[in-house]
Design a protein around this ligand. Structure first.
Ligand SMILES: [Zn+2]
Length: 653
């Protein structure tokens, strides 16, 4: 179908619907981002003839959704009653909630199969009686506060959202202007460094920002423009619009977030603070985790008297304009850029973003952060794509000697250190990112204790780790198969093991430190830039029986890195007080828990990639790592490779 004005497209869709379903009446039709949504009171026709929607979609070559007209939806309370009557009690329904944005009713049950019924019979019955479209999910084994808050928030703002999605759709369907085609990328942050990741993808028609992070540790800075990407370059910052409408990001079309870590997501709300009205694309799990981490970032900054250049209302604006995509789901994000997310294996919901530009003009793979090995949590990153000419790849461990032990060896090393500390009656403190590393360490400790390879000791979980764990349980489809299966067997769910003790009030910390028995404490933040880990550290550091074990990457300039390098005395400000700490506790680093591919895996990712890329651009690496990795791809594998500096721009087509 030729590109036309959006009105023409809707008219053509209407005609196609009536061609395949002549007896129905359309009450309204409009865009919902890249989807066309048709509302009708005759929804039963489509329940009885499920193939018709597919036929219409094929004819118009667009994604289409047929929904019940809101006027025929049964009242929520009545619909709940009917559903409970239709579904047998053995299904174990735990929650029924409504998503008016898509006219769906979500039924959470312990045995989803029993809600669906034989060949979907019960679902059809529900559909016909209540008119809402039923969606069945398995009851999440750990309730997550943030997941339900986000669900509530989106429901309260459904009118705004509908309006927003309609505008996105209309904008996507404006005709493309003819002219010379070109594609370029601009390094805005996180090139030849780790932190403040940001890349601008530009074509004649589009400007798409990929990630918008802050430097780890920036939370301690009082200078709001330090540690953030170069957003004030003219390609992205419009000085006129800033002065006249306070809308500097006027010409930005869309933002794509690869994963929730703050060095990729930390500055996104800032765009919305300055009236950016465009969509943010992310997986559902990334959306929820990003909100959790940003909220925590604000909290931490405020508690330490530091400034963050946005506040919680800007996070909400971002949330209102977030469009979620599952892995493998392709969508138009501008008139000439099509996005597909693939598993990155790094943290929950983490994605590799694949951009298809123009009608086959160019394809770019942006790796985000990747792990190219199966972990306790995830499958290895995907490296098979329909087409890919250029890859932008992270280089965290791209340096000469950056080889990591296997997951198994890492687990054994951790076990040995913990075992030694237990035998001398000490305590183990592990600074962890709330998201990812903490869940892996939990799984490893649970396994060794379950198999009696470690004595049964309490493992204290502090900071946001518990909530982050709950989000993992809420999105089991992102976890590897074995873990997913264990999570759903109540008695077998490793996260619900009784070794884990949740620390939810700060006054418990003192008791934990003073308890004479050995224990393990997992606390945030992962690089010791503040957070509860600091309180434990201050109170544990002078006792040589204790150990501090690093399992994650410690960026240059962080307190974690200084301790790891061997500093023996530190002056730290914590909760407004200065503390001088003499470190006598054992300091250990267990390699191999990283969520990042090591050098071997980075090389494997590219050399076994399908198809093989023509060009590799390296980013996200300290020191010489980016250059060294690019050099390897060029010299050893003959691939045109480059390690640009921030602010450099590359033409790809
Ligand atoms: Zn990351």
């Amino acid at each position: 179908m030729a590109m036309g004005e959006w009105e023409d497209i809707l008219q053509q869709t209407k005609e196609a619907v009536l061609e395949f379903a002549p007896s129905i009446t359309i009450t309204s039709i409009d865009f919902e981002a890249s989807l066309i949504v048709v509302y009708t009171k005759d929804i039963d026709y489509f329940t009885d003839n499920p193939n018709v929607v597919k036929q219409i979609a094929q004819k118009i070559r667009r994604r289409i959704s047929i929904r019940p007209d809101p006027s025929i939806l049964m009242k929520e309370e009545d619909a709940k009653e009917i559903i409970k009557r239709i579904v047998p009690a053995e299904a174990g329904i735990t929650d029924i909630y409504f998503e008016p944005e898509t006219c769906e009713v979500v039924i959470a049950a312990e045995a989803p199969g029993l809600v669906i019924g034989k060949e979907g019979q019960l679902l059809n019955e529900i559909k016909k009686q209540v008119k809402w479209a039923p969606r069945v999910v398995r009851t999440p084994p750990i309730p997550s506060r943030i997941v339900s808050e986000i669900r509530e928030f989106l429901k309260e703002n459904q009118e705004d959202r509908r309006q927003f999605l309609r505008e996105v759709g209309r904008k996507l369907n404006r005709p493309i202007l003819n002219g010379e085609n070109w594609v370029r990328v601009i390094a805005l942050g996180g090139y030849r460094e780790v932190g403040r990741s940001a890349t601008l993808l530009m074509t004649r028609n589009s400007r798409v920002l990929i990630d918008c992070g802050v430097v780890a540790g920036n939370v301690q800075s009082n200078e709001p423009w330090s540690g953030v990407p170069y957003l004030y370059v003219p390609e992205i910052w419009s000085q006129d619009s800033f002065q006249n409408e306070n809308n500097p990001f006027k010409y930005l079309d869309a933002v794509v977030l690869t994963h929730a870590h703050l060095d990729h997501s930390g500055l996104l709300p800032f765009l919305y603070k300055y009236n950016f009205k465009g969509p943010l694309y992310a997986t559902p799990a990334t959306r929820d985790l990003a909100v959790l981490l940003q909220m925590d970032y604000l909290k931490l900054a405020h508690s330490e008297g530091n400034k963050v250049p946005y506040d919680s209302k800007d996070i909400k604006e971002m949330l209102k304009r977030t469009i979620t995509l599952e892995y493998g789901e392709t969508t138009d994000i501008t008139q000439d850029v099509r996005l597909t997310f693939h598993n990155a294996g790094h943290i929950l919901g983490s994605s590799i973003a694949h951009f298809h530009i123009g009608e086959g003009l160019h394809n770019i793979v942006v790796s985000g952060d990747i792990k190219f090995e199966k972990t306790w949590l995830f499958s290895a990153a995907n490296n098979k794509f329909p087409r890919a000419e250029t890859v932008i790849i992270e280089s965290t461990y791209g340096g000469r000697d950056d080889f990591q032990p296997s997951r198994r060896e890492a687990g054994e090393n951790l076990k040995n250190i913990v075992s030694n500390v237990i035998s001398r009656n000490g305590k183990v403190l592990v600074p962890v990112f709330a998201v990812g590393r903490s869940q892996e360490v939990m799984l490893v400790l649970e396994e060794y204790i379950r198999n009696n390879e470690l004595p049964k000791i309490p493992v204290y979980i502090d900071g946001m780790i518990w909530e982050a764990t709950a989000i993992h349980a809420a999105y089991p489809e992102y976890l590897n198969k074995e873990l997913r299966e264990r999570i759903f067997k109540k008695s077998d769910n490793p996260f619900l093991s009784d070794i884990f003790v949740r620390v939810d009030t700060p006054d418990r910390r003192e008791k934990i430190v003073n308890d004479p028995d050995p224990s393990v404490i997992l606390a945030t933040s992962g690089m010791m830039n503040g957070g509860p880990v600091m309180e434990y550290f201050i109170n544990m550091a002078e006792n040589p029986k204790n150990a501090l074990i690093f399992v994650g990457y410690q960026a240059e300039g962080t307190i974690g890195r200084r301790i790891q390098k061997g500093e023996k005395a530190l002056t730290l400000s914590y909760m407004g007080k200065m503390n001088t700490i003499n470190i006598s506790m054992e300091i250990a680093t267990v390699e191999g828990f990283s969520g990042h591919a090591d050098r071997k895996q980075l090389i494997q990712f590219i050399t076994s990639m399908h198809p093989r890329p023509n060009k590799v651009i390296t980013c996200h690496g300290d020191g010489d790592n980016c250059e060294y990795l690019a050099d390897t791809f060029y010299r050893k594998y003959g691939i045109d490779s480059i390690a640009p500096k921030n602010l450099e721009s590359l033409r790809l087509y």
